[in-house]
Design a protein around this ligand. Structure first.
Ligand code: URA
Length: 302
């Protein structure tokens, strides 16, 4: 039986196929959905229990996010922010890579616009790793776990990224990793992470460009849908499904996009893992890392 939920379900499936792993829903939209997404409502096809839909749509990096009624009351205040100013102009001072990176980190940490967007207890997530790294991982934005410690790619998605690096013969310390956005995007939901907006990413781009100028990597790996929009700008076919695994450039540096680790956690199939792995092999090849036969065959059907 067709219901009013069908188009929403179809749209969520379409976004998932495109590689979208998170959907942020405004309260006003949730309020519209509420009357049809209750157990008392007409049976729906396909059957999506109301609570699952809501959790799936809001759970962000947390595959096992609690159902809303299990949540403790939110303790942390949501910051009230003023509109973002124009992006800063960043001119790196003279000095070596370490002093330049330190200077840059201070610029971000002292930026009133960045500071204002932190909830109590949250930190700026500037980025970390080797300043001479060949491979530069660029995510979308920190989530709750990253903001709590001030380090990118923490929690389960961070563990997966560390495992992927280890399969490549690398460690976290051997690469550089950061996000386009340097703070966790604020929203008023009690849990989950919101993808960054185009405006937010544009505000932070000068910081990312300066990080690239310092590290001068041989390849950038963009992790997640929003990085496609953030690094290439909005436009037709700026979607993970269309662009994943193809060579692009950003700041004249070869760039390849692939799925977020959290997407791989949700979509734990050999096919998806193989697709992501092939993107890593491409990057390894580009930077001249040796690739063993065993590495070539990872996630291939036996
Ligand atoms: N963790 C990050 O630091 N960035 C992402 O884009 C996702 C998870």
């Amino acid at each position: 039986m067709s219901t009013d939920l069908d188009p929403i379900y179809e749209e969520l499936k379409r976004l998932q196929l495109e590689g979208m792993d998170r959907v942020f829903i405004e309260d006003s939209t949730m309020a519209l959905l509420a009357p049809i997404a209750t157990p008392a409502a007409q049976p729906i096809a396909p059957p999506v229990p109301a609570i699952d839909l809501q959790a799936a749509m809001n759970s962000g990096h947390k595959p096992n996010a609690p159902a809303p009624e299990e949540l403790a009351p939110r303790k942390k205040a949501v910051p009230t922010t003023t509109p973002l100013p124009n992006a800063a102009t960043v001119e790196l001072p003279e000095g070596n890579a370490a002093t330049q990176m330190q200077w840059l980190q201070q610029q971000v940490e002292n930026s009133p616009a960045c500071k204002e967007r932190l909830r109590p207890g949250e930190k700026i997530v500037f980025g970390e790793g080797a300043l001479t790294a060949d491979i530069f991982y660029c995510g979308e934005a920190p989530g709750e776990e990253e903001a709590a410690v001030g380090s990118p790619f923490q929690g389960k998605s961070g563990e997966l990224l560390t495992k992927i690096l280890s399969a490549m013969g690398l460690s976290r310390e051997a690469v550089y990793m950061t996000n386009i956005l340097k703070w966790r995007p604020e929203h008023d939901k009690p849990y989950g992470n919101r993808p960054p907006t185009q405006d937010e990413m544009e505000f932070c781009l000068p910081y990312l460009k300066a990080q690239l100028e310092i590290v001068q990597p041989k390849v950038i790996i963009g992790l997640g849908n929003a990085t496609v929009l953030g690094l290439l700008g909005a436009g037709p076919n700026r979607k993970m499904a269309a662009i994943r695994g193809t060579w692009q450039t950003f700041e004249k540096i070869p760039l390849v996009f692939t799925f977020q680790p959290s997407y791989l956690l949700f979509n734990d199939t050999m096919k998806t893992k193989r697709m992501a792995w092939e993107d890593m092999l491409k990057a390894m090849d580009k930077v001249g890392l040796p690739i063993s036969e065993k590495q070539q065959r990872f996630f291939q059907p036996k």
